[in-house]
Design a protein around this ligand. Structure first.
Ligand code: OOG
Ligand code: NI
Length: 462
């Protein structure tokens, strides 16, 4: 990369800031949520100097309330593969495969995100990106019509495509090109209140599944939510109504814990917005569409396959006892069940580590740095006070939670059954690349941290 090129991390930061400004402008309720999150984060830090010190040491405190992710839904393989190239310019790569069909949503997805530690620290912005699965629409006529509409749209500006090609050819973008790239790419995520289908077609798409109407009816894949980080998700959830925004029924993911695991998220419900459909004789026909919302997230430790299997089992067990109702009528009951069932998941870092449930980053203690360590047994080194460990933060998503977020924002009556049909091979073909395996990735970070401590590269990791 040439010296005068803008780094991918910087382009991503500029892009997420531009997206945030645009979305606050488009969806004022999102601005309200952002202010609430910032206020609760400030209060939480003021009440907990220890947390404040820890965050100051590991994160940049001033960026705490900034967006961590957003989401879009694409219509065609061509859109998905081009989007992959766009995100690559910003240092965002596809990680993980999520099959949402099992949860009644006809999409499969990946998360484009920065991968290295330095990139994540600089700006962790991700986009959860879903591809509509027309193959799951039963009605063949409708399927063909939807495909025809999607084939006729171009979601990227010509200039955005030119700049992606330039970045690929030259290995980066200069300052002026980078700024123009951000402006041009932002256009793809903009809201369009004039649909590209008639009200009748919208209704048929909507009847097949609300999500299909959301993807097919518009000129582009409007950003459907952004998600800042909160330090106290339960508090923000509780305070939302006071700010005049309606939270979804329950917080998705694990319960509140001493040692947070994976990811907890909640959102305010999508708003009904005025749109115009193509009418007769060149007239527009007034209507409405519900898709856009705001979300918050709180992240915990990345779990190993063993830890994840335990998490999935406990979540299933909980939902077998109480299934959260969309209207929130059994929310307290669900939370109580979650709490009780998850008592089976150790809530102590060393226990989580010893049982091989989570990934940790190891480092030498002061004592370990000064001593000549010849021992290669991690447990012995920890016991001797030579080695310490910190949880590795989970940077990805959870399919059951994602489905809950989708559902609550598609309207509460939208639950639908599809035959489960994960198809990662088809997804990766459409993407034009393989997705990174999240478990292998976290295991690699953990292994590298141990190797660094031991100054060896052939250490077998339990
Ligand atoms: C994406 C929902 C998934 C999350 O945070 O799990 C998601 C969507 O509604 O398009 O963003
Ligand atoms: Ni989200």
């Amino acid at each position: 990369m040439k010296a005068n090129y803008v780094s991918a991390d910087e382009i991503r930061s500029d892009f997420s800031a531009a997206m945030s400004a645009m979305y606050r402008d488009e969806v004022p309720a999102y601005g309200t949520l952002m202010s609430l999150v910032a206020r609760v984060n400030d209060d939480t830090l003021a009440a907990d100097p220890h947390l404040q010190a820890r965050l100051a040491a590991t994160d940049s405190l001033d960026r705490i309330s900034e967006e961590r992710h957003g989401a879009i839904r694409l219509g065609t393989p061509k859109e998905l593969s081009m989007m992959r190239r766009v995100f690559a310019v910003m240092g965002m790569y596809p990680v993980g495969y999520y099959d949402l069909s099992t949860a009644g949503v006809p999409v499969h997805s990946t998360a484009f995100r920065p991968v290295g530690d330095a990139a994540l620290k600089r700006n962790p912005f991700r986009i959860f990106t879903s591809l509509l699965r027309l193959d799951l629409i039963a009605d063949e006529t409708l399927r063909n019509e939807a495909a025809a509409v999607l084939a006729s749209r171009q979601i990227f500006t010509d200039r955005a495509i030119e700049l992606v090609e330039k970045a690929e050819k030259d290995g980066g973008l200069g300052a002026e090109d980078a700024a123009e790239f951000v402006r041009e790419v932002l256009e793809t995520f903009r809201w369009h209140d004039h649909a590209i289908v008639s009200a009748g077609m919208y209704k048929r798409l909507h009847d097949a599944h609300r999500l299909i109407a959301d993807v097919v009816s518009f000129k582009g894949p409007h950003i459907n939510h952004l998600t800042p980080r909160t330090l106290d998700i339960d508090k923000v959830q509780a305070l939302m109504p006071e700010e005049g925004i309606a939270p979804k029924a329950v917080v998705e993911g694990p319960p509140t814990r001493k040692c947070p695991i994976l990811l907890r998220q909640t959102s305010f419900k999508a708003l009904e917005e005025a749109v115009s459909f193509i009418g007769e004789h060149g007239q527009w026909k007034a209507g409405s569409h519900t898709a856009r919302f705001g979300e918050i997230e709180q992240r915990g430790i990345a779990l190993t396959p063993k830890g994840r299997a335990l998490y999935d089992k406990l979540l299933n067990d909980t939902r077998a006892v109480v299934r959260p109702a969309a209207d929130g009528s059994n929310a307290a009951e669900y939370e109580a069940a979650l709490e009780t069932v998850f008592a089976a998941f150790p809530d102590d870092w060393n226990e989580i580590r010893k049982q091989g449930l989570g990934y940790f980053s190891y480092s030498l203690t002061e004592k370990g740095r000064t001593a000549t360590v010849t021992d290669t047994d991690v447990e012995a080194l920890i016991a001797d006070g030579h080695l310490q460990f910190d949880p590795i933060v989970y940077e990805d998503f959870l399919p059951v939670s994602a489905a809950g977020i989708f559902q609550s924002n598609l309207g509460d009556d939208a639950t639908q059954e599809f035959v489960a049909s994960p198809n990662q091979v088809m997804f990766e073909r459409d993407l034009g690349a393989n997705v990174l395996d999240e478990f292998a990735h976290y295991a690699g970070i953990e292994r590298a941290s141990i190797e660094k401590c031991l100054g060896t590269t052939n250490m077998a990791v339990a």
